[in-house]
Design a protein around this ligand. Structure first.
Ligand code: AMP
Ligand code: MG
Length: 401
């Protein structure tokens, strides 16, 4: 056995991890309909006016505004309706003084007309239209380029694409957009006892879950997960897995990072002289390693599922968001009284999982190996090293997942 000694503080660990987080420069051009939540890689300028023509924004009559001056129900202005403007075609009618044409929302304003009277402000008698309310030039008209003028920016480099921004891109007719690549995260689980869900569970075996839980948070925070096969507890097997993972931007190992003789992840990192730390003064997640292998940043997460996922949230997510050029994650917090007394190890900063239960906060932490510590929790409270005990009734700040 080789105990994990020389623990570093969590804040220092995060600082080291973020110090190695280099935003990706790689970009890719993808269909707009797949670009939600991606980060625009370039300023994108409109190459057409939107709308591309002056158009009516009301159903009614295209008119010469001057002809409606002074109109009221008592003194309507009479116009001759000369036809209807077709939707989806160039307006061929010309509206002269004393004339009007039926127009629908979205149809092009015919030449001669400079405003639209709402149908609600008219009465009709065959071809005679009586206007009961005046309009001014431009009224109820959407001017060409009013939404987006050609040459103006639709999105800027670094903008995170949203449903509305995808719409703004598509309204200029574009079908693709250049975005920053999502950091690819290779996920390797180590352990002779691990079996992939769906396979038969032999004696002494357990189902492997860390690739799945990590892949889910990678996907939520701008990365692309790449699950590699489960590997056994030998340095040779881990070295081979690192070779296979080396094309990814980040490598995350789980298991094999603690004190057992079979825990050889740190050896794999130390071999390249790139072990940055091994051991953080936190609970859960103490036996965590970080360094580089094959020129890639490598996280050596504890195999215990709650410890692994907790580190995923606390270390991998900030790292990944920086690579992906996403802003730092700002989880919501609520402050409520603790329902029951909690004890915490004196020497470690604890991220203690809790559940919101009515107006109170219930402890949810069972142990680092129990995934239900997280699955049955809504968030966590932080108990600093040295605190020892948090009494029932204490107002605690809960960070929600
Ligand atoms: P280790 O970090 O390899 O010492 O593993 C600590 C504990 O977590 C052991 O009980 C392992 O069986 C378990 N474990 C390790 N990796 C996984 C995994 N990927 N999925 C589920 N349990 C795991
Ligand atoms: Mg193991």
């Amino acid at each position: 056995m080789r105990p994990v000694t020389s623990l570093i503080a969590f804040d220092r660990a995060l600082e080291i991890v973020l110090g190695d987080a280099v935003p990706l420069d790689r970009t890719e051009t993808i269909p707009v309909d797949q670009a939600d939540e991606r980060v625009a890689a370039r300023d994108l300028l409109a190459d057409i006016d939107v709308p591309p023509f002056h158009r009516s924004v009301m159903d009614g009559y295209a008119v010469v505004a001057l002809d409606t001056l002074g109109a009221s129900p008592a003194a309507p202005r009479e116009l001759v309706c000369t036809g209807e403007i077709a939707m989806g075609a160039a307006a061929t009618l010309r509206v002269g003084r004393g004339q009007c044409a039926v127009i629908s929302t979205g149809a092009p304003l015919p030449s001669g007309a400079d405003a639209v009277v709402m149908v609600e402000d008219t009465t009709r008698d065959a071809a005679t239209i009586r206007v009961t309310k005046p309009v001014v030039p431009g009224q109820h008209v959407g001017l060409r380029g009013f939404d987006l003028a050609a040459g103006n920016p639709i999105v800027k480099a670094g903008d995170i694409l949203s449903p509305a921004r995808l719409g703004a891109i598509a309204t200029t007719g574009r079908t693709t957009v250049e975005v920053y690549a999502r950091p690819e995260v290779a996920l390797i689980s180590t352990g002779d006892e691990l079996v992939a869900p769906g396979q038969p569970l032999g004696p002494g075996r357990i189902f492997e879950i860390n690739r799945l839980t990590l892949a889910a948070i990678v996907g939520r925070h701008g990365g692309a997960a790449r699950a590699l096969p489960i590997v056994g507890d030998t340095l040779a097997a881990i070295e081979a897995a690192l070779d296979a993972a080396a094309t990814s931007d980040v490598i995350v190992l789980s298991g094999g990072s603690s004190a057992g003789d079979r825990d050889v992840v740190r050896d794999a990192l130390a071999r390249e002289g790139r072990l940055r730390f091994h051991g953080i003064a936190v609970k859960p997640g103490k036996p965590t390693a970080f360094g580089q292998a094959r020129g890639r940043p490598v996280f050596g997460m504890p195999g215990n599922p709650t410890a692994c996922l907790s580190n995923g949230y606390l270390l991998l997510v900030p790292f990944l968001r920086r690579l992906a050029r996403l802003p730092a994650w700002e989880p919501k917090t609520v402050t409520r009284p603790l329902a029951r007394r909690i004890t915490s190890p004196e020497d470690r900063h604890q991220f203690y999982t809790v559940r919101l239960s009515g107006a109170r906060v219930e402890p949810a932490f069972r142990g680092s190996g129990e995934i239900t510590s997280l699955a049955d929790a809504d968030g966590y409270i932080e108990i600093p090293a040295g605190a020892g005990v948090v009494e029932a009734g204490t107002e605690v700040g809960v960070t929600l997942f």
